[in-house]
Design a protein around this ligand. Structure first.
Ligand SMILES: [Mn+2]
Length: 356
């Protein structure tokens, strides 16, 4: 595996490449072009400029998170043809620049949902949290206001104001899209892009839905072992793969995370590893990475990744806000650096004990 951190670009991120470079074992970043619009092709020159900037700091681009999928592609409306053609152009240009992993998601309207961005834990740290009762009590448009007011002045990825201004319109667009239709539209998209992925050796890594169940009545398909294996079979190409995100699949306590990892051997192209602490099955918060601070056995998760021969990029995903840091919620430097170091330690121990 290659340890990485997500980086939101010099324009948006309070964490610098120079800081990331000093986290032990981190050699790459996961990033994207933040000013692009889903459905449009990325310019080669913009990709090159991003690459130059990252490489000048002594790091490499280990993958893109995300090249976003337009609503037309998810809904299956006529503009999807042009949007998929543009997606293919983006993939070709990434491949030409030696970038071979692309994360994306196929969630309608919301990329991810939390009800609190700064829940205080007993140690004084603040974390992102989710409470189903809070979701049930509000309308989607109110959800956006609470995210906006809670995000330390940053624009949260997936919650851009331009997009959220159209929220009612978005719900209307998805009204005829159920789980089966979403599966069919995903299959259509993947079949169109796979020849390009084969040509440029690009691993597509779908991110699970977060939380792993329907919110506000919207369809959700990338939520459990059964559905993800269905997706792997429906387009049976090794480039059609998965981002294994423990914190997203793990929102549903019925998901057996190590078992899911083992069943996806050869198809996990990217891993997000973090822990959650459950206060009840429908109320959880993002704890420190350490097993004993949360609900998951992080050793078993890393062991399963090791056992299937996982060699792709991995990142500690979200962290707590600690030591007075002010940053994008979930994406401060300090706790993610602790997370990376802990995961590196687990990996070293697993590797060495396996070789004895
Ligand atoms: Mn994730």
């Amino acid at each position: 595996m290659q340890m990485t951190l997500r980086w939101f670009g010099s324009k948006h991120d309070s964490v610098t490449l120079e800081q990331i470079r000093q986290v032990p074992g981190v050699k790459g970043v996961i990033t994207t072009l933040y000013d692009t619009v889903p459905g449009e092709a990325w310019e080669l020159e913009d990709i090159r400029a991003l690459k130059r900037e990252v490489e000048a700091a002594g790091l490499k681009i280990a993958g893109i998170e995300s090249v976003n999928i337009s609503d037309a592609i998810k809904i299956g409306s006529p503009e999807r043809e042009e949007h998929i053609d543009n997606y293919i152009k983006t993939l070709e240009r990434l491949g030409q620049e030696d970038i071979h992993m692309v994360c994306y998601n196929f969630m309608p309207v919301f990329d991810w949902t939390r009800t609190e961005l700064a829940r205080k834990r007993p140690d004084g740290s603040t974390v992102l949290a989710y409470n189903q009762a809070a979701i049930d009590a509000i309308k989607p448009e109110e959800m956006f206001d609470s995210i906006k007011n809670d995000s330390n002045g940053h624009v949260m990825p997936g919650w851009e104001p331009e997009r959220m201004a159209k929220i009612k319109e978005l719900f209307e667009m998805y009204k005829d899209v159920d789980n089966e239709k979403l599966f069919a539209n995903l299959k259509y998209f993947l079949e169109r892009i796979m020849p390009t992925c084969d040509k440029y050796d690009i691993n597509m890594a779908i991110h699970p839905d977060d939380p792993a169940w329907s919110v506000f009545g919207l369809p959700r398909i990338i939520i459990n072992k059964e559905n993800i294996l269905r997706m792997m079979k429906m387009v049976d190409n090794p480039h059609n793969g998965v981002t294994f995100c423990s914190g997203s699949y793990g929102t549903n306590l019925e998901n057996d995370l190590p078992d899911m990892i083992r069943s996806l051997k050869g198809r996990i192209h990217f891993a997000h590893v973090r822990n959650l602490k459950f206060n009840s099955p429908t109320d959880f918060e993002e704890s420190a990475h350490l097993s004993s601070d949360g609900t998951f056995d992080m050793y078993e998760i890393m062991k399963a990744l090791y056992d299937i021969g996982f060699d792709g990029p991995i990142r500690p995903d979200h962290g707590r806000m600690i030591w007075g840091e002010v940053a994008l919620p979930g994406y401060g430097l300090y706790d993610r650096a602790l997370g990376a170091t802990y995961l590196n330690g687990l990996w070293e121990a697993i590797e060495k004990s396996n070789k004895r």
